[in-house]
Design a protein around this ligand. Structure first.
Ligand SMILES: Nc1nc2c([nH]c(=O)n2[C@@H]2O[C@H](COP(=O)(O)OP(=O)(O)OP(=O)(O)O)[C@@H](O)[C@H]2O)c(=O)[nH]1
Length: 142
């Protein structure tokens, strides 16, 4: 039986001055042009951190250690793609190996501070995630 939930995982990569890396979705995709936290859907058998390690390597070419990730919050929506409810899990991390590059065709990436992050146009579930992240960015800047 197909699961009724579609889990999606996302990562807030936070640098030493309290900026976060955001990714703009390719125009041709659903929510095209909107900015989101990088990540994606776990593949069969993957846990959330394992899926994030893979997605972040594929999309940004950097290596993240699962033990360096911390849980921030989640957001959910009753009806997503193929009528399944989406549960979007946001993790954070302060350390990684490599310099992020945008490897997904048609996408863009940007380092943004708290104010710029909150001003970006985002898909609906990323909005509450960004609000929950804002005080964490503040605490890094202090
Ligand atoms: N980040 C995010 N994703 C959302 C929201 N609402 C929603 O339906 N989604 C969907 O959740 C899925 C996220 O998975 P993904 O990032 O791997 O999607 P994708 O289209 O880039 O990859 P794909 O081509 O492998 O399907 C997408 O189908 C996306 O459209 C939302 O508010 N935020």
């Amino acid at each position: 039986m197909k699961s009724v939930l579609l889990p999606v995982v996302a990562l807030a990569m936070i640098d030493s001055v309290g900026r976060v890396l955001m990714q703009q979705r390719p125009q041709a995709k659903e929510h095209g042009g909107l900015w989101e936290f990088p990540g994606g859907k776990p593949e069969s058998g993957e846990g959330p951190r394992t899926a994030l390690v893979r997605e972040i390597a594929e999309e940004l070419g950097v290596v993240v250690d699962p033990s360096q990730m911390f849980e921030i919050t989640f957001a959910s929506q009753e009806s997503g793609p193929d009528q399944r409810a989406i549960v979007l899990l946001l993790y954070g991390c302060r350390n990684w190996e490599g310099e992020p590059q945008c490897l997904e065709p048609g996408a863009r990436i940007a380092w943004v501070d708290r104010a710029a992050m909150l001003a970006l146009p985002m898909p609906p579930l990323d909005v509450p995630l960004a609000r929950a992240l804002a005080p964490i960015l503040d605490s890094v800047m202090k």
